[in-house]
Design a protein around this ligand. Sequence first.
Ligand code: SAM
Ligand code: GLN
Length: 305
Amino acid sequence: MDLLQRAAQFLSQKGVPNPRLDAEVLLSHVLGCRRIDLYLRHDQPLRDDEIDSFRELIRRRGRREPVAYITGQKEFWSLTFTVNSAVLIPRPETELLVELSIRFIRRLREEKQGPISVLDVGTGCGAIALAIASETDEGVSIVATDVSSEALKVASQNASALNLHHRVCLLQGDLFSPLVGSQGEFHLIVSNPPYIARSEFAGLPPEVRDFEPRLALDGGEDGLHFIRSLLEEGPLWLDPTGAMFLEVGEGHKAPIEVILRELDSWGHWSWESDLAGTPRVLSLRPSAKDKGTVNTIQRQADLNG
Ligand code: SAM
Ligand code: GLN
């Protein structure tokens, strides 16, 4: 316990936000036990090699490396995901996106016969796609894309570990480019795209700024680069009865509404706030006008064979 106290003190001096909790998580990781077991075995002395390993992990945490990269794991939607420095560590607020997606899919299943097709753009460790897969049956097919092949390796590992590899098809490429030929086919497009503005990087916690992949965070000059592309291109890939759900950053509601009014291709949209009260998820339905556009494109594709 003295060891934990000293570790927590060291982490606190380094500015780590929850020093005691992190020290306990890292010690239980070294000992291969649950956190609660640390208290049950508090009188058992540690071996020298255990103390050495723990010290090394505490040193890494002191340099502000996130706990999830040190342990290689993160809980999301009550599932355990493997993570490494190629993927964003899934955030609790992203569970809102999953919750809304599952609700939408269930409603659609009641309303319509036949298979349902879901697309997760920028899947990272696979958190959103696999959480949805874990809550739905084989009638829901899921495609997940990422531009990073290193991220897709992690997603594939998670799909296998969760026994969901048969449910999710992983494709590599920029935004919708790996999906050519599937225009108008998706009933739900879901994405947590990179949305940090360039000017925000300096103010990010070191855990995020110095350790998480820039590729997963960088949303261009105003943070809206990928959101803008998804809003522009989304309707083309959606089934006319479909919807798109996007996670967005703080302060994005007003500029996104300007884009939406300019685009005119979304008939209806609404906002859901996270637990902190920040508008976090944007739900969109394509306008009737664009349903026509998609149908025209499909008809043209049919004509072209
Ligand atoms: N979906 C995961 C989650 O919610 O935890 C990861 C989201 S992370 C904020 C954004 C993801 O988008 C990263 O995995 C990144 O590699 C991927 N990405 C970045 N640029 C992309 C692009 N042009 N096309 C597709 N994916 C991209
Ligand atoms: N929510 C993440 C953060 O604030 C950013 C994730 C993203 O860009 N989509 O660090």
